[in-house]
Every structure is written in structure tokens, then in C-alpha cells.
Ligand binder design. Structure first.
Ligand SMILES: Nc1ncnc2c1ncn2[C@@H]1O[C@H](COP(=O)(O)OP(=O)(O)OP(=O)(O)O)[C@@H](O)[C@H]1O
Ligand SMILES: [Mg+2]
Length: 265
């Protein structure tokens, strides 16, 4: 597809001193991390700590006030959507991402089929026959094949989430961003989605960056675990190491304690 070949040792994502405030509300305060290609990173953190803001910075939907956001070596934060050349680069970078937004963000006026076909029509020159086949495959993988002709409003919250996941993986992205994929799903469906993530990771080598409150999910899928609290990355590293080091904030998260470094405001 004429895409630039990226050397294998360039990480999928590097954040270097990323800060973001909204007015006086400092949401991210000097966050630095590296996510290797082909890994599954799970980011944990209490509500309102900037996890979704972080994901939006990755795809250039939000600009950090400070710091670099390297995606396959390209600084997304330095790209200016108003400049034609940068816009082209941003578009090419976004093509590499699959995004599962926290609220699903399906197009309400499109059927399930058209929602999943949307990135294929936007970013590829696939034939309608090929699109049909791929949409069916994606919907079958997430167990909503029967809902192709329905509109989002006709679906349950969990079904919408699965359709959104099918759309996120529609064009075999290099990096899949999942903002709380399991919220709103029953435990069995949530486990099924985790298995799908592992399978896609194994078979297609996709890199996953998953935001989750679900500690069982983190244990099941993560190679790398990070935790954001009060604007800072309080811990980040290989899953086993992070679990072993038992950071107080992580410990509080896992034990659901109401007293600890995470303040309930
Ligand atoms: N566009 C925006 N304008 C102003 N404030 C914003 C904006 N987006 C996010 N915020 C603020 O940034 C903070 C972090 O929000 P964010 O959505 O990233 O939290 P989160 O960690 O994803 O929480 P949750 O687990 O509840 O989804 C919140 O205080 C929120 O109000
Ligand atoms: Mg969020």
C-alpha cells in the first residue's frame, strides 16, 4: 500500500514528558513510557486520571501542552492538522490505529454493517465483495453476525461495544487502542473479548493498548502494565514485575480498598 517500512526496533509508541492541562486541571503531568511493537499494554487508573486523554493524544485528537508523542517514530504532537502535509501524515498514522472508544462512538445513522465497513471504505480500495466478506468475518468474531442490518439504537450496550470492537479491528491495524473494552459486558462476553485480543495478537501481531478497570483482564492479557494516578505514571513495566512489586496504588486497585493513595473525590 506504499506505506513506509519502519525498522523493527522502532517502538510502537513512545511518550516523552507528556503533559496536558485543561485550564487549571493538570491531567497528565510529565508522562513518559515506551510500548514495544507486538505487545499488549494495559493501563490502569482511577476514574478521571487522564487515561482517555492519553489515548486521544496518541491519535492526535488532542494535543499535549508539552512533550513528544512518537508513534512508529513520528511525533504526532508536532503535526498540525491545518497544514496539508501534516494532515496527510496524520491520516496515514490514523490508518495504522484501530480505536475502540469508551462510549463505542458508533455512527447512529448507519447500520452495523456500514459502521464496520466505514474504515475499509475510508482507508482502503477494497471491492464491495471483499468488504462484505471482511465485515462478516469481523462481526462473527465478536458474536454479533446476526445484527448486520440493525442500527446502533436497536442494540444492547454490550452489543454496541462488540460492534465497535469489530470496527476497531476492521482494517488490520498495527495498534489497537481499546478504552475499557470490557465495561458493560457480562463476564463471559468479557472473557471472550480477552481471548479475541490474545488471538489477534498471536495471529496478526497487533499491538494493543488497553485501558481497563478490570484487574482479571489485566492479569489475563497484559505483557506490560502501567498505572496512572494523579497525573503521573506511578508504575509501568513488564506485567510480572509490576505485579511482584505491588505498588500501593495498584494494590489498592486490586484489593478495592477505599483507603490508600487513590483519593476518592
Ligand atoms: N476536552 C476536555 N476538556 C476539558 N476537560 C477535559 C477534556 N477531556 C477530559 N477532560 C478532563 O480530564 C480529566 C481526565 O479525563 P479522562 O476522560 O481522561 O479520564 P479517565 O481516566 O479516562 O476516566 P474514566 O476511567 O472515568 O474513563 C477529567 O477531569 C476530565 O474532566
Ligand atoms: Mg476514560
Amino acid at each position: 500500500m506504499g506505506e513506509k517500512v519502519i525498522p523493527a526496533d522502532v517502538p510502537a509508541v513512545v511518550l516523552d514528558g507528556v503533559s496536558k492541562s485543561f485550564g487549571t486541571n493538570t491531567v497528565l503531568d510529565g508522562v513518559s513510557l515506551t510500548i514495544d511493537r507486538g505487545s499488549i499494554a494495559v493501563m490502569l487508573g482511577p476514574s478521571g486520571t487522564g487515561k482517555s486523554v492519553l489515548l486521544r493524544c496518541l491519535v492526535g485528537l488532542l494535543k499535549p501542552d508539552k512533550g513528544r508523542v512518537l508513534v512508529f517514530g513520528e511525533d504526532v504532537a508536532a503535526l498540525d492538522e491545518k497544514k496539508a502535509r501534516d494532515r496527510k501524515k496524520l491520516f496515514a498514522l490514523r490508518r495504522r490505529f484501530g480505536m475502540l472508544f469508551q462510549d463505542g462512538a458508533l455512527f447512529d445513522d448507519m447500520t452495523v454493517f456500514d459502521n464496520v465497513a466505514f474504515p475499509m471504505r475510508l482507508h482502503t480500495d477494497m471491492s464491495e465483495a471483499a468488504i462484505r466478506e471482511k465485515v462478516s468475518d469481523r462481526l462473527a468474531r465478536v458474536g454479533v453476525a446476526h445484527a448486520e442490518q440493525k442500527f446502533p439504537a436497536e442494540l444492547s450496550g454490550g452489543m454496541r461495544k462488540r460492534v465497535a470492537f469489530a470496527r476497531a479491528i476492521a482494517i488490520d491495524p498495527d495498534i489497537v487502542l481499546c478504552d475499557e473494552p470490557s465495561s458493560g459486558l457480562d463476564p463471559v462476553m468479557s472473557a471472550t473479548l480477552d481471548e479475541l485480543i490474545l488471538e489477534l495478537h498471536r495471529t496478526l501481531g497487533m499491538t494493543f493498548i488497553i485501558i481497563s478497570h478490570d484487574t482479571a483482564e489485566a492479569r489475563k492479557v497484559a505483557d506490560t502494565i502501567g498505572m496512572l494516578a494523579n497525573g503521573k505514571l506511578v508504575t509501568f513495566g513488564p506485567a510480572q514485575q509490576v505485579f511482584a512489586e505491588n505498588h500501593p496504588a495498584l494494590e489498592q486497585f486490586f484489593t478495592r480498598a477505599t483507603v490508600g493513595p487513590i483519593k476518592v473525590v
